[in-house]
Design a binder for this molecule. Structure first.
Ligand code: PGA
Length: 257
C-alpha cells in the first residue's frame, strides 16, 4: 500500500520575531499553496506569535500549530499555555514530547502522555515525537527506546482518537546537527514504530497513522527519505525558517506521494 496523505510540519522553535514570523508565514503560504491538495502542511510558531501567524495563514490552507501544550485546560499554572487558549487562537495541531523538551527541559514520558491526552480530548490534533539519543543508538538501544517512548506516549489513547495523532521519529543526534539518518536507518525505525501501532491498536490504524521523519531534513535529502515506504512526511526545524527550502521539502512529499 502507498503512503497515507503526507504531512509536513515546520517547527520554528524559539526563532523569529513578530514581523519576521508574519513574513515567513506569508512566504510559506505562497510557496506551499500549489501542494496543499496533496500534502497537509502545518507551521509551529512560538506562542507569542500564534495569533498574528494564524491571521496570516487564514482558515483553509496551511494549518496553525503550537510547539507545546500543558496538560490542563486552564488554571493556576504559571507560565503554561492550555488547550482552551490554543483553540481560541484557531490552533489545530500541537507538538508533544519534542526532544528539546524531553532532554533540555526534562519532560518525562508520563507528562508527555498527559499532554497528548489533554490535546486529543480537547479536539486538537497532536504530533507525538520520539527518538533515541546518540548514546542509546551506540548502545544498540534505538528500538527499545523509541518503542518505549511510543508506548508510554500513547498510553490510554483510545483507537478512535488515533485519527488525531501523528508520530514523528526524530533521532536526537540528527536534530539541528546536519547529521541526517540515512533513508534506510530511518525506515528501519519507522517500520518498527508502525508494527508497534499494529500491536497496540490494529492494522488499519497502523497503516493510516502518519509517521514523520525529523532531523536535519532539507531540500536535498527529503526526496530520498520520502521514497521509503514507512516515511509519511517530515517535521522540519532549521530548514523551515527558509521558505524556499521548506516549499521544496513539501514538494518532495507531494511529487512522490
Ligand atoms: P532540524 O530540527 O530540522 O533543525 O534538525 C528538527 C526538529 O527538531 O523538529
Amino acid at each position: 500500500m502507498g503512503h497515507p496523505r503526507p504531512i509536513v510540519g515546520g517547527n520554528w522553535k524559539m526563532n523569529t520575531n513578530l514581523a519576521s514570523a508574519v513574513e515567513l508565514a506569508n512566504d510559506v503560504v505562497a510557496g506551499c499553496s500549489p501542494f496543499l491538495d496533496r500534502v497537509d502542511v502545518a507551521v509551529f510558531p512560538p506562542f507569542p506569535y500564534l495569533q498574528a501567524v494564524g491571521r496570516t495563514l487564514g482558515h483553509d490552507g496551511v494549518t496553525l500549530g503550537a510547539q507545546d501544550v500543558f496538560d490542563q485546560p486552564r488554571g493556576a499554572f504559571t507560565g503554561e499555555v492550555g488547550t482552551e487558549m490554543l483553540l481560541d487562537l484557531n490552533v489545530s495541531q500541537v507538538l508533544v514530547g519534542h526532544s528539546e523538551r524531553r532532554h533540555q527541559i526534562g519532560e518525562p514520558d508520563d507528562l508527555v502522555n498527559r499532554k497528548l491526552r489533554a490535546a486529543l480530548w480537547a479536539g486538537l490534533s497532536a504530533t507525538l515525537c520520539v527518538g533515541e539519543t546518540l548514546e542509546q543508538r551506540q548502545a544498540g538501544r534505538t528500538e527499545p527506546n523509541t518503542v518505549g517512548q511510543l508506548m508510554a506516549g500513547l498510553s490510554g489513547v483510545p483507537p478512535e482518537q488515533m485519527r488525531q495523532v501523528t508520530i514523528a521519529y526524530e533521532p536526537v543526534w540528527a536534530i539541528g546537527t546536519g547529521m541526517t539518518a540515512t533513508p534506510e536507518d530511518a525506515e528501519t525505525v519507522h517500520k518498527v514504530l508502525r508494527a508497534t501501532l499494529g500491536d497496540l491498536y490494529d492494522d488499519p490504524i497502523a497503516e493510516s497513522t502518519r509517521i514523520q521523519y525529523g532531523g536535519s531534513v532539507n531540500a536535498n535529502n527529503a526526496e530520498a527519505l520520502f521514497g521509503q515506504p514507512n516515511i509519511d512526511g517530515f517535521l522540519v526545524g532549521g530548514a523551515s525558517l527558509d521558505p524556499d527550502a521548506f516549499a521544496a521539502i513539501v514538494r518532495a512529499a507531494a511529487d512522490s506521494g
